[in-house]
Every structure is written in C-alpha cells, then in structure tokens.
Design a protein around this ligand. Structure first.
Ligand code: NDP
Length: 253
C-alpha cells in the first residue's frame, strides 16, 4: 500500500468557505500544500483574495471567489460554473455572546442562518454536483460546543447551531454514502483566531479554560487544518459520518 500517495491531493479541486482568515485560511493552505487546487471563498472578497494571493505567491494553486454561505442562489451559481468539487470544506461561521433571555429573534436567526443553514445550503449546492460525479469529500467544521456547554460563554444559538452541524453531517453521510460522497466533521476546542477576540476582554476565562482542559492548552489553526487534510484525502476513505474531536481532551472529562 502506498500510504504517502493516499495523503496526496494532487489533481483534486477543493473549495473552502470562510477562507479569508483564521481556521479557513489554514485549511486552504494545508489542502494547497498537499497538492489540491483551492478555491478560497469568504463573505469579504478582499479577504479571500488575500489568502489566495498568499498561496499563489508560495507556488500553490489557488484562486478566490466571494461567497456568502447564506446565499443559496450564489452557491448554486458558483457550483454550476465550476467542475464538480473533489473536496468541500464548510468552515464559515460566526460566534456571538448573548444571554438567552436577552436574545432577539434576529440574533438567533443570524447565527443559525450562517452556522447551520449556511452549511446545509453549501453542502446541498456543491453536493449535487459531487453526487452527479459520484465522488468527493465534504468536511464540516463543528465545535466542541456541540457536545458540551461552554459555561462562561452565553451562546445557546451557537451551541445549537453546531449540534445541528454534527447531526447534519451524519445525516448527509448516510444519505450519500452509497453515492461516493463522504461527509465528516471536525469539532475543535478553542483555536487562537480572530473569532476569539471576545475572550481577551474577559480576564480569567482563558486560564480557567486551560485548567479544565486535559492537555492544558488551546489549539492552533494548523492543528485543525491537518485533521481536515486527512479527512479530505484517501487516507480517510473508510470514514463517513465521523465527528473528530480536536479538543486537547476537553470533551473526555
Ligand atoms: P474567523 O471569524 O476567524 O473566520 C471565519 C471567516 O468566515 C471570517 O472571514 C468571516 O467573516 C467569514 N464569514 C462569516 N460569515 C460568513 C458568511 N455568511 N459567508 C461566508 N463567510 C463568512 O473564525 P474561525 O477561523 O475561528 O472559525 C472558523 C470555523 O471554526 C467557524 O465555523 C467556527 O465556528 C469554528 N470554530 C472555531 C473555534 C475557535 O476557537 N476559533 C472553535 C470551534 C469551532 P467575518 O469576520 O466578516 O464574520
């Protein structure tokens, strides 16, 4: 068995949502560095272009598209304009702290709309073409918050959206398993990205979190990107419907 070849993504076409910064930019880098041609998308075109520019400057194959994951028409139009993807990474997400009793309908709808409905619409739009081609790997970015309640952060909409992403992942995996499309998810712990800027305003929260984490640390973006790269490659060919906890042991306790 050629184990090295299994990890190689040469000749594969990948698309990453929310690739303008943070975890998405690292995922785009990991896929491109192992051979894939990567379409970097983000709600902000300039951000997607910056990621793609950085990758092409390093000799990797990348290009940028603006894409709002809540916009079904834009997703379907882009899916129709591209060859079927080999790899789709649904990474775009938002996090907002709001106590449940103060949450407006608009706040609830916005977080569910991007984090859960956005993942569904993206999987549906690009998944149709992948099903027609009879192949592909979809990786959704969930969260440890799908499994546990992160007490200091009032985010019931975020937690519910991520639990939905995990179950959506399993549901699509079962529906599409016999048609060649694998669907898996990664559930990260806290990863140092702009999404966590809120944490800096809460002294003590980070140290408390670290005490509660078996490995005693947060994660880095490249550590999530490596797991996604594995799930995108033939090295994970038997995995579908898997939710991989990348959380330094947090959800074990
Ligand atoms: P970032 O905020 O750093 O990056 C997410 C990117 O997605 C941003 O560029 C953001 O733009 C963009 N985005 C937001 N809304 C949309 C949309 N509707 N369509 C397309 N793009 C959009 O987040 P992270 O890199 O930290 O997070 C990436 C994923 O990982 C998210 O799904 C998040 O929930 C998940 N995650 C993150 C953890 C962490 O600790 N960082 C932990 C567990 C899970 P803008 O800045 O304008 O919103």
């Amino acid at each position: 068995m050629d184990y090295k070849a299994k990890q190689d993504l040469t000749g594969k076409l990948a698309l990453v949502t929310g690739a303008g910064q943070g975890i998405g930019a690292a995922i785009a880098e990991a896929l491109a560095a192992t051979g894939a041609e990567v379409i970097c998308t983000d709600i902000l075109r300039e951000r997607a272009e910056a990621t793609a520019r950085d990758l092409t400057a390093r000799g990797f194959a990348a290009r940028a598209e603006a894409l709002d994951v809540t916009d079904s028409a834009a997703i379907d139009a882009l899916a129709a304009a591209l060859p079927p993807l080999d790899i789709l990474v649904c990474n775009a997400g938002i996090a907002v702290n709001t106590p449940a009793e103060e949450m407006t309908d608009a706040e609830w709808d916005r977080v569910i709309g991007v984090n859960l409905t956005g993942v569904f619409r993206t999987c549906r739009g690009f998944g149709r073409e992948m099903l027609k081609a009879g192949r592909g790997a979809i990786i959704n970015i969930g969260s440890m918050s799908a499994e546990i309640v992160n007490v200091p952060q009032p985010q019931c909409h975020y937690n519910a959206s991520k639990a939905g992403v995990h179950h959506l992942t399993k549901s699509l995996a079962v529906e599409w398993a016999k048609r060649g499309v694998r669907v898996n998810a990664v559930a990260p712990t806290y990863i140092e990205t702009p999404l966590l800027k809120d944490l800096e305003s809460k002294p003590g929260l980070v140290s408390r979190w670290l005490e509660m984490t078996p490995a005693g640390r947060m994660g880095q973006t490249h550590e999530i990107a490596s797991v996604v790269q594995f799930l995108a490659s033939d090295a994970s060919s038997l995995l579908t419907g898997a939710i991989i906890n990348a959380d330094a042991g947090y959800t074990c306790i």
